[in-house]
Write a protein that binds this ligand. Sequence first.
Ligand SMILES: Cc1cc2nc3c(=O)[nH]c(=O)nc-3n(C[C@H](O)[C@H](O)[C@H](O)COP(=O)(O)OP(=O)(O)OC[C@H]3O[C@@H](n4cnc5c(N)ncnc54)[C@H](O)[C@@H]3O)c2cc1C
Length: 469
Amino acid sequence: MVTRRKAIVMGAAGVGGVVLAGGGAAAIANRDKPEPPSPDAVNGQGRLLWRNWSGIQNSYPAQRLAPKDEGELAAGLKAAVGPIRAVGAGHSFTALAATNGTLVSLDAIAGVVGWEGDTAVVRAGTRLGALGPALAAKDRAMANLPDINKQSVAGAISTATHGTGIGLPAIHGDVTALTLVTADGETVECDPGKRPEVFNAARVSLGALGIITQVKLRTTANRRLRRRVWIEPFEETLGKAEERWKAHRNYEFYAIPFTGLAANITHDETDEPALAPPASPDDAFLEALKMLRNTFGWSNGVRKSVAGMLLGGTEPETAVDEGWKLLSTERPVRFNEMEYHLPPETQLAALKEVQAVIEKERRDVFFPIEVRRIAADDAWLSPFGQEGPRGSVAVHAWYKDDYAFFFELIEPIFQRAGGRPHWGKLHSLKGQRLAALYPRWKDFLEVRRDLDPRGRMLNPYLTGLFDLA
Ligand SMILES: Cc1cc2nc3c(=O)[nH]c(=O)nc-3n(C[C@H](O)[C@H](O)[C@H](O)COP(=O)(O)OP(=O)(O)OC[C@H]3O[C@@H](n4cnc5c(N)ncnc54)[C@H](O)[C@@H]3O)c2cc1C
């Protein structure tokens, strides 16, 4: 047996050798795609470029605010040029934060500023990666984390950012109170007892109600977790996924198209001593999958058997550490993404359909498909709803590759399966179609109108989404 990293690195080198030895003109042509065109760093009016993480959204804000406190924020907002948009880490794939008006960063309004029992009072610009050690200093932790920890607290909750775990809600599910400053400079505090309609609307609010400056966040004991990662046949994973969601604190898997395999990841509480994880093989793993595509993309059969030799039979990896150090990892390879949250009863059938259509129609895809389960909560625009856990399925495309197939081939499957889109990831829904998915859609729009009657926080993307044109 060899470790996954060794197998992948050796395998990728071997497959690369086949390409260099003359593995076919089509394969060579596919190898080095040019960088997508980059917008100018400064536009004709001398305004600096803003761009999201994946590079597909950009704008040239006329004004940028980075206030040090709420007073400075309120004063700045009163005088600001619209549309006013808040930005966290810019990790959303949709145009939520794009503006040619005023871009507001809360990077300077950050940190844990108090405790109410086990509930932390957190400034909204705090990055999740900084929150981990700050909470751990009190031996507390966030109950769950997404794949990465670069996001700001406000940015994460505003799009319903989540991890995986059938008993664990998305991050906003642990928010017990929040403070926001409206576009007109008014400070609004809310919780389930005080302005409950604002609390219900604001926990997942796409940055459309005001600038969130502070949240109270329920925390959990800072326990050590054991992570296990292993690869097995996709059909075996499908058969065991339901029992694994019930058995493990956190369980997710990645279906790997064109390989017949799936990578499984569990996290469970443990008192075992810390055990360092192997160096993150994510980039090597993706490089190997890209090589397989480039070299054997002409034949699904050959691609699958080489993948089996490369990835099957690698031994499981184990790591032990405090949850905040293990649950998020690095994602060094840029991509674009569509993710929908589906009823559990349709999730795995939809996944099979998605994988089948990719293998039939899109041999250029090499990223794995991520599959998770998330607990319910009661925020009005939470895609997880109140009706029980939802299952998410996420499809990725390398940043140099075409992602139009998300809309043409994948989204119709998610929609037929009764899915709701991730607010920060690519989707095409707007207006009535969203209203049909969210029973409190109209109530949300009413709160939005009350807090921002002049629509100063609406950029063209939100105007379309809310059907307010
Ligand atoms: C590599 C990568 C991995 C990811 N992994 C996951 C994952 O595992 N799970 C998941 O659910 N999502 C994931 N995402 C999506 C990501 O978590 C969300 O898009 C999240 O909203 C990004 O946070 P941000 O701080 O970058 O916010 P931005 O993208 O900058 O902003 C998001 C929204 O929040 C609003 N906002 C920001 N700050 C404020 C504020 N102070 N007040 C009011 N509104 C505000 C913005 O206006 C915008 O509407 C991932 C994205 C990437 C690029």
